[in-house]
Design a protein around this ligand. Sequence first.
Ligand SMILES: *[C@@H]1O[C@H](CO)[C@@H](O)[C@H](O)[C@H]1NC(C)=O
Ligand SMILES: *[C@@H]1O[C@H](CO)[C@@H](O)[C@H](O)[C@H]1NC(C)=O
Ligand SMILES: *[C@@H]1O[C@H](CO)[C@@H](O)[C@H](O)[C@H]1NC(C)=O
Ligand SMILES: *[C@@H]1O[C@H](CO)[C@@H](O)[C@H](O)[C@H]1NC(C)=O
Ligand SMILES: *[C@@H]1O[C@H](CO)[C@@H](O)[C@H](O)[C@H]1NC(C)=O
Length: 575
Amino acid sequence: MKSPWKILMATPLFFLLTLHTLASPAYDHQRGTRRSNGQVCIGCVLVVSVIEQLAQVHNSTVQTSMERLCSYLPEKLFLKTTCYLVVGIFGPDIIKLLRADVNADVVCHTLEFCKQDPGQPLCHLYPLPKETWKLTLEKARQIVKKSPTLAYSRSGSDICSLPFLAKICQRIKSAIQNSLPFKDVDSDKYSVFPTLRGSHWRGRDCNDSNKMAYPGRRPDNWDTHQDSNCNGIWGVDPKDGIPYEKKFCEGSQPRGIILLGDSAGAHFHIPPDWITASQMSLKSFFNLPTALTNELDWPQLSGATGFLDSTSGVKENSIYLRLRKRNHCNHRDYQNISRNGASSQSLERFIESLSRNQLLDQPAIVIYAMIGNDVCKRKIDPVPDMTTPEKLYSKVMQTLQYLDSHLPNGSHVILYGLPDGTFLWDNLHSRYHPLGQLNKDVTYAHFYSFLNCLQVSPCHSWMSSNKTLRTLTSERAEQLSNTLKNIATSQKFTNFNLFYVDFDFQEIMEEWQRSGGQPWQLIEPVDGFHPSEVALQLLADRFWKKVQLQWPQVLGKENPFNPQIEQVFGDQGGH
Ligand SMILES: *[C@@H]1O[C@H](CO)[C@@H](O)[C@H](O)[C@H]1NC(C)=O
Ligand SMILES: *[C@@H]1O[C@H](CO)[C@@H](O)[C@H](O)[C@H]1NC(C)=O
Ligand SMILES: *[C@@H]1O[C@H](CO)[C@@H](O)[C@H](O)[C@H]1NC(C)=O
Ligand SMILES: *[C@@H]1O[C@H](CO)[C@@H](O)[C@H](O)[C@H]1NC(C)=O
Ligand SMILES: *[C@@H]1O[C@H](CO)[C@@H](O)[C@H](O)[C@H]1NC(C)=O
C-alpha cells in the first residue's frame, strides 16, 4: 500500500486511509486478512463517529453532516469528489441506522465493515448498548436488509470493484497519476519534488541534469563553476579570484546528518482536527493531500532532519538546522532514511537507500533510532515476537558493518536506546481520546483495547491495560538498550566512531513539566502512541546538548565564515 491512489481506492471512504496507515507500517509483510479486516473496521467506526458527532455539534441531520464533511475536504486528489460519491452510495444506510439511534460500533457491525469471528471477542470502541448486543444488532439488521453497502462490504474491500464505480475509479486513478510527480518511491536519487520521499526527506537536488551534483559531496574543483554539493555556495570572489567554497568552507569540516529511523523519526502524525467534530472546519484538511503522499509522515517537521519552522510553538530547532547553523557549509546535507514500522530486523530492507559515496562525500553523522518496533507488537500475545538481545546484536552489527563500508572516513554513528513506553498508559489511560471528548465516552483505555481486540495496535505491548505485559515490555526494551550500549562501548570501526545515548523520555517529561507542560502533550493525540512534534523537538534539543557536552567532535566546529556566507549567498537557495 504505498502509492497514493492505492491507499485512496482500497478504502470505502477516503478517510479510512488515515487509519490504514496508522495500522499498517510499510514494512510489515505479514499482513493477514485479520489485520486488514481490523483496519476496515476501525476506519468505519472512525468515519461514522465523525459524521454522528458533526450532526450533534451542528444540530443538523445526518445527511447535512455528511455533506458538511465532504465540503471541508480539498478538491485535490479528488478527495471532495470521492467523498460525495461515497456519501451517495453508503449515505442512505448510515442515515437510517443513525436515525435509529445506534452507535458507530453497531452501524459498522451491521454493515459488516466490522465482523466478529466465531470464538473471537467482540471488538467495540463505545460502551455496549443497554439492550444485549445480539438484540441491538438484529434490530439494526432489519433496518438495512438489502443495502448496496452490504453488497459492497461482503464483496471484499476494493471500492472500485463495484461495477458502477469502475469507470470513475479509472478516471480518478489516471488523473492522480498525471497530477503527481511519480518517482520511484524507494529510489536513492535526490529529487526536486518535495513529497513522495523527495526533498521533505532529504536535501533538495540542486541540479537535476547533473548526476554528480548532490548534497553532501566534497566540492568539485571548489565549486568554481557550479554548486556541485548543493550547499548554495559557489563561484569565485571577484575581488581576489578565490573560489567562495574554498574561502568559506575549507577546513570547516562539513558534515551531513542521516537518520535511520522508524515512524517516530519520520514524525508520524494525524492531526486531531481530522477526527474532532467540534473543531472541524474548511481549514482542517488543507494539508491532507500532502500528508497522503508522504505516507502520513511529516519529515519536514521532524526532530532530526526537519527544516520548516515548527508548528508546535516550541523554539527548538531540528538537529539538521542546528548543524547548518553551526556551519553553513552543511546546508541541505540531510537524509532521513526512516520508515513507518521499521525495526532493527527490517532495516536491511531499506538501508540501501542511504546515499553516501565513501570516496567523494563528506563524513556524516548517522543517528540510529529504532525506538519501538523491536518490542512493539500487535499480536494477542506480543512477547514471543519481540526481538531478543541476541537477534538485536547480530542485526545491529550487520548494519554497522554496512555503514563502515559506505560512510566516508571520519563519520560518527550514534545509537539511540529504546524508551520505557510505560508513560503511554500511565499518562493517557484515563484521558478522553479525541473521539470521546464530545460525549465523554471513549478514553484511551477504551481506544487501546479496541485496537488490541482488532489486532491493529501499533504497540499492543505498551498500549495495554495488562500491567504484567507492560512491565515485561519495558524489561525487554531495557535489555535491548543495554545491548546497544555494549556494542557502542566494545566495538571499533574503521570509518566512524560509535556512541550510545539513552532515549530518556522521563527526562524530557520532567523538563516539559518544569516549563508548565503536561505529559500527555508529548504524545500524538489521535494514535496515542507516537511522540508529538513538541516531544521530537525536545528530544532533538536534549540530544544536541548531550553530544555537545560529551563528544563535541561529533558536531564539528563553528564556522567563523557563517556571517560572510549569509552576506554573499543569503539563504543559500532555501531548502
Ligand atoms: C435542533 O434542531 C431542532 C430542529 O431543527 C430544534 O427543534 C432544536 O431546538 C434544536 N436544538 C438546539 C439545541 O438548537
Ligand atoms: C547543471 O549541470 C550541468 C551539467 O554539468 C551544467 O552544465 C549546468 O551548468 C548546471 N547547472 C547549474 C545551475 O549549475
Ligand atoms: C525522516 O523522514 C521520514 C520520512 O522518511 C519522516 O517522516 C521523519 O519525520 C523524518 N525524521 C526526521 C527525524 O527527520
Ligand atoms: C580516518 O580518519 C582518521 C582521523 O579522523 C585517521 O586517523 C585515519 O588514519 C583515517 N583512516 C583512513 C583509512 O584514512
Ligand atoms: C498479561 O500479559 C501476560 C504477558 O503477556 C500474559 O501472560 C497474561 O496472560 C496477560 N493477562 C491477561 C489478563 O491477559
